[in-house]
Ligand binder design. Structure first.
Ligand code: ZN
Length: 229
C-alpha cells in the first residue's frame, strides 16, 4: 500500500498501482473513503495508525468489488468502533433488492457487513458533503470536503493517463466504461461534479488532479461526443 499525503486532511492510499482509498482527517479520527479490493484491511489500518489516528467511519462511493472488497475484514477487525456508510441504492443491490431494470455491470461480491447508514445525497459525513453522482453505478456518490473543496469522485471520473468520464473505451483504463451502468447518467453526473468547482479532484483510479476544471471540461466534451449528450 502506497500512502501519499495530499494535504493536512487527505491521504491517498494506493494498492497495486490500480485502485485508491482515502483517509480524510476529522477531529475524532479518520473517515476511510472506499476500501480497495479484498486483502487490504491490515494495510489500511496500519496506514491510519502511521498517520496518527484511528479509522472512525468507512464511507463508500459505490458498491463495486474494487471499492468494497476489504469492508468485511475491516469491520471484523474494527468492530463496533467503526461506522459503515454505503450509498442507498448500492446498499440495496448488495442486499439483493432489484433496484433498477436489468443487470448492473461490474463486480458485486458477496458482502456480509450491513451498513449503519444508507447514504443519501445532501447528507454529511463529517466534513464531507454527499453528492449524488449516479451512472457508473445506480447509487454512486462523490464526497466534497467543504473545508477546501476537494472532491473525492470515486469512479464517476478516472485519472489514469488523463481525466476521463467512464463512458467510453480508453486504453489506459479499459475496464471503466464496461463496468458503467448508465452512460448518459454518468455524463450528467460528471457535469454536476464539474459545477461544484472543485479545487482538487481525487478518484478511485489514478492520481490527484489539482485545479481540475479544464481537465474535467475536456473529459466531459469527449464523453459527450461518445454518448451523444
Ligand atoms: Zn467502479
Amino acid at each position: 500500500m502506497r500512502a501519499t499525503v495530499l494535504s493536512d486532511r487527505l491521504i491517498q492510499l494506493n494498492r497495486l498501482r490500480f485502485v485508491n482509498a482515502y483517509l480524510v482527517r476529522e477531529d475524532d479520527g479518520f473517515t476511510l473513503v472506499d476500501t480497495t479490493l479484498s486483502g487490504g484491511a491490515e494495510a489500511l489500518i496500519a496506514a491510519a495508525k502511521r498517520a496518527g489516528d484511528r479509522i472512525r467511519r468507512i464511507a463508500l462511493t459505490h458498491g463495486h468489488g474494487d471499492h468494497i472488497g476489504s469492508l468485511d475484514s475491516l469491520k471484523q477487525r474494527l468492530g463496533d468502533a467503526v461506522q459503515v456508510l454505503i450509498p442507498d441504492l448500492d446498499a440495496r443491490i448488495h442486499a439483493g433488492e432489484s433496484v433498477v431494470e436489468g443487470k448492473v455491470p461490474g463486480s458485486w461480491p458477496k458482502v456480509k457487513t450491513v451498513p449503519d447508514v444508507r447514504l443519501m445525497a445532501g447528507e454529511r459525513v463529517g466534513s464531507l458533503e454527499v453528492i449524488a453522482s449516479p451512472g457508473h453505478t445506480p447509487g454512486h456518490v462523490a464526497f466534497l470536503d467543504t473545508r477546501d473543496r476537494t472532491l473525492i469522485a470515486g469512479d464517476a471520473l478516472t485519472s489514469l493517463g488523463r481525466v476521463q468520464v467512464p463512458t467510453q473505451f480508453y486504453w489506459r483504463f479499459p475496464w471503466a466504461a464496461s463496468a458503467t451502468w448508465d452512460k448518459a447518467k454518468a455524463l450528467e453526473s460528471a457535469r454536476a461534479l464539474r459545477g461544484l468547482e472543485p479545487a482538487t479532484l481525487v478518484v478511485g483510479h489514478g492520481p490527484a488532479v489539482r485545479s481540475p476544471g479544464s481537465a474535467m471540461d475536456g473529459a466531459i466534451a469527449r464523453s459527450a461526443r461518445s454518448v451523444g449528450g
